[in-house]
Each structure stands twice: as C-alpha cells, then as structure tokens.
Design a protein around this ligand. Structure first.
Ligand SMILES: C[S@@+](CC[C@H](N)C(=O)[O-])C[C@H]1O[C@@H](n2cnc3c(N)ncnc32)[C@H](O)[C@@H]1O
Length: 258
C-alpha cells in the first residue's frame, strides 16, 4: 500500500464512527493542548477521547510522516541507517514510517508507546505501508529499550515532564555514545520546547548537529480540509532536530537493551 492508500485507510477507519465536525472540534482542542495547555500532556490528555485520537491519527500522524521523510532526506547518513529503527513514543507509528520510507533499504521498526490505542494504530500503520516492524506497549523512561541501529524520539520529549525527560535523554545519549544513530525532533516554537538548547548540549558535544526546518508542502486533501476547518493554517511544515549519524560499522552497533 502506498502513502495515499494509507491515508485513505486512516480516513475510513477514523471517520467510521465520528463525523467530520466532531473530528475538527477535537483537532482544535488537541492543538490547544499541545500549545497552550502543555501541563496536561503528562496526564495523557492528548489521546484522552475518541475524537482526539482520530484527530491525532488523521492530522498529526500524516504531518509527522511527511516531515520526518523530508528531514531524513536532508540529514547526511539518515537514509542509510542499515539496521533496526527504534521509535520511542511512536504514537500511530507515523514519524518512524516517515523516516523508514526515506531510507534506501527501509529498516525494521520497533515502536514503543505507553498508550495501547497508539500501539494498535502503529501496528496497522506498519502493516498497511508494507513495512516490517512491531509496536509494543512500554514506558520508554523505565522499560528496556529494543536494540536498534537508530533511535527516534519525535515529538515525544516535549510530552515528558522535567523529571522524566532527563531519563529518556540520558538513555538516548548512552545509545549515541555506543555508536547508534539518534534523531530527536520537536516543534520549532521555542515556547513548546524551552529546554531545547540546554538539554541538547551533551549531544552537540558528541558531534550532534542541530537544525531548524521549514518545508513548503502541499498537504494531502483530508489533512488540508481539517487544517482549514480547524483554522490552523499550515503553509509549511516546520520542526527542529538533533541528529547524530553514529558509527557506520555493525561492530559499533549497541548490544545492551537496558
Ligand atoms: C506527540 S505524540 C508523538 C507520536 C509520534 N512520535 C509522532 O511523531 O507522530 C507523543 C507520544 O509519546 C507517547 N509517550 C509519552 N510519554 C511516554 C512514555 N513515558 N512512554 C512511552 N510513550 C510515551 C504518547 O503516548 C504519545 O503517543
């Protein structure tokens, strides 16, 4: 199944029980949670209702897939990771598949998320896009992480509070020190990730590069319709990233899974 067919499958699945205006209303609420009511993210507010879950899957999922594909295409070495890709806080799997689809040889995906609905969606995403991989329920700040050649945390760190974010950051730093590739993506708006410069410093010291991205993009039709209806007005896709390509030899591939 190609990208557009995946979007069609998402549409039939998520608009089966909800009307378009209900999803639009939920998308407005979801956007406000991400931007203005960020304190509630740690409680799982983003995926708390069927409407918000549908809005996330139909709107932010495709946006994140397109953004990650564009970012991975630009970063040196990111399309040739040559080994499993662990997607931490995978949500519906969208960001991970965006990166995987940019790769010369799409890697096996290991998605982890604390939310069972997200994990079910991620497994459907992998299957519908014909990618090898499996998502599982886990707390990425506590449970063992899969062994990966590359690690992705896309829009995940900003959902963690000041107490748990350092835990995930130190796990990612540890993977990078052992030769894995690490890609962290967060929103461009500084107010959403005020901790960015400070907390990326250890990655920079290890050779990580920081980028800010703005991509002109024609949104897929349903995403564009939701964007207009919710008054969000995306004229471009934006994000910031930290990238460490890691060692290119399999000898440097991390072996521990804690
Ligand atoms: C904003 S979503 C991003 C999803 C996906 N990475 C994407 O870009 O579309 C953040 C995800 O992180 C997950 N998450 C937050 N804290 C987590 C934790 N401690 N363990 C596992 N997943 C977590 C949430 O359930 C949610 O699916």
């Amino acid at each position: 199944m190609d990208f557009l067919s995946w979007l069609t499958a998402l549409e039939s699945r998520h608009l089966a029980d909800l009307r378009f205006p209900e999803v639009t209303k939920a998308l407005r609420a979801l956007s406000s949670t991400y931007v203005e009511r960020r304190g509630r993210l740690g409680e799982g507010a983003a995926l708390a209702s069927a409407g918000k879950r549908a809005a996330f899957a139909l709107f932010y999922g495709p946006l994140h897939a397109i953004l990650l594909r564009a970012i991975a295409t630009e970063l040196p070495g990111a399309t040739a990771i040559g080994g499993p890709l662990a997607d931490l806080g995978c949500g519906t799997g969208a960001a991970g598949v965006g990166w995987a689809m940019a790769c010369e040889h799409p890697p096996i995906l290991h998605g982890l998320d604390r939310h069972p609905w997200a994990v079910t969606e991620a497994n459907l995403t992998y299957r519908e896009l014909g990618l090898r991989g499996r998502a599982a329920v886990a707390d990425i700040t506590r449970d063992p992480l899969p062994v990966g050649r590359a690690y992705l945390a896309a829009f995940t760190l900003n959902e963690l509070g000041g107490e748990t974010r350092p835990i995930l950051l130190s796990r990612l730093l540890d993977r990078a020190q052992r030769g894995a590739a690490v890609l962290i993506v967060e929103p461009l708006a500084t107010r959403v990730a005020p901790w960015w410069s400070r907390e990326m410093a250890p990655f920079r010291a290890l050779g990580g590069r920081l980028d800010e991205w703005r991509f002109a993009c024609a949104l897929p039709p349903l995403v564009a319709k939701l964007d207009r209806a919710a008054g969000l007005r995306h004229t471009e896709l934006t994000g910031r990233s930290m990238w460490i390509a890691g060692a290119s030899t399999s000898a440097a591939t991390p072996t521990a899974s804690s």
